[in-house]
Design a protein around this ligand. Structure first.
Ligand code: SAM
Ligand code: SF4
Length: 326
């Protein structure tokens, strides 16, 4: 199966599928005022519609789907969604990104339903600071959730940490934490979003310093796998865990883009920071529409731009990453 390919010869094996905009956290960089219900928005894609998205992308060469949001585990039918996508023979890995609040109870059930990899967001190892950042006093639940993922035998457990100024003081603690745990800590540079310009100006920290520090401390940049995404991965012989560094403001960041996105209401987004999105939902209503759906996805790819325009402060339509899934 030929993968979806754009004008710049980038191949897209990876779909990030948002299944809800709703979130119960109020992360300062994402939804500082909490999720605001919009009664005019369309309903979120149903299990059947999500299954058709997965089928179409699977038949176009996608092998990995990440479920995200909002908070994907806010969906009551989350296990059914995993199971439906798991039935698609061409999808080899189903991953999720979560704030972790339901993991302690559900990790093993989701694993049994077919989930293969989990990214948990954790921006501080200090319970009080975690509360300040997320608006939720759930540090110990999230930590228990991470342990539950390791116990449930997930082959891949990654921790997303947004790189902000306080991380500098916590770096030693984060590194000690992964010394004997097989976790990949992914430091993600804060990205500017439509609603977050002032916050960005105050808190953005380039990953460059961190990269230098890691190299000084004996961490080594791992060789890139041919189809790897834009993360730089570092390993260290004394650590069981790894570090990933995601620097969207780096010059060649978009060269290794390998992902497409579908929003919770069924729009295809060619870039996290692109514009309106391409409607797919009208073609998600029956199996008989699969050929037309696949043709629309394929023909849309010519519109994918070579890079985002974040350097010019153009953040596209993403007022917050919770709307199209970070
Ligand atoms: N609610 C889930 C969670 O927090 O893991 C999934 C959705 S969240 C939008 C996905 C990821 O985007 C999280 O790891 C979050 O930290 C990250 N994120 C959100 N806003 C961001 C921003 N402005 N810059 C960088 N990362 C951001
Ligand atoms: Fe919710 Fe995730 Fe955004 Fe935090 S980062 S507010 S958990 S969607």
């Amino acid at each position: 199966m030929l993968p979806l390919t754009d004008t710049y010869q980038r191949k897209f094996y990876y779909l990030r599928l948002s299944i809800t905009d709703v979130c119960n956290f109020r992360c300062t960089y994402c939804l500082p005022n909490g999720y605001q219900r919009n009664k005019d928005r369309a309903s979120f894609l149903s299990v059947n519609e999500l299954e058709r998205v997965a089928k179409a992308f699977g038949q176009l060469g996608t092998t990995k789907i990440r479920l995200t949001g909002g908070e994907p585990s806010m969906r009551r039918d989350f296990s059914d969604i995993i199971a439906a996508i798991h039935q698609q023979p061409t999808i080899k890995q189903i991953a999720m990104t979560t704030n972790g609040y339901r993991l302690a109870k559900e990790a093993s059930h989701w694993r049994a339903a077919g989930l293969g990899a989990v990214n948990v967001s954790l921006d501080s190892l200090d319970a009080r600071q975690f509360h300040q950042i997320t608006g939720q006093n759930k540090f110990s639940d999230v930590m228990a959730g991470i342990d539950a993922c390791l116990e449930a035998g997930f082959p891949v457990v990654k921790i997303n940490v947004v790189l902000m100024k306080h991380i500098t003081q916590q770096l030693a603690a984060f590194l000690a934490w992964i010394k004997h745990r097989p976790l990949q800590l992914r430091f993600i540079e804060l990205m500017e979003t439509g609603e977050g310009s002032d916050y960005f100006a105050q808190h953005h920290l380039s990953g460059e310093n961190l990269r230098r520090q890691l190299l000084q401390q004996g961490w080594q940049l791992a060789q890139r796998e041919p189809d790897a995404g834009p993360a730089q991965i570092f390993t260290h012989p004394d650590y069981q865990g790894q570090i990933g560094l995601i620097m969207p403001y780096d010059k060649n960041f978009c060269d290794s883009c390998n992902r497409l996105r579908v929003s919770a209401v069924g729009k295809l987004h060619l870039c996290l920071f692109g514009e309106q999105g391409i409607e797919l939902r009208d073609l998600l209503q029956s199996e008989a529409q699969q050929a037309s759906l696949q043709a629309r996805i394929q023909s849309s790819l010519v519109q994918k731009k070579q890079t985002h325009f974040l350097h010019q402060g153009i953040t596209g339509m993403a007022s917050s990453l919770s709307y199209i899934g970070g």
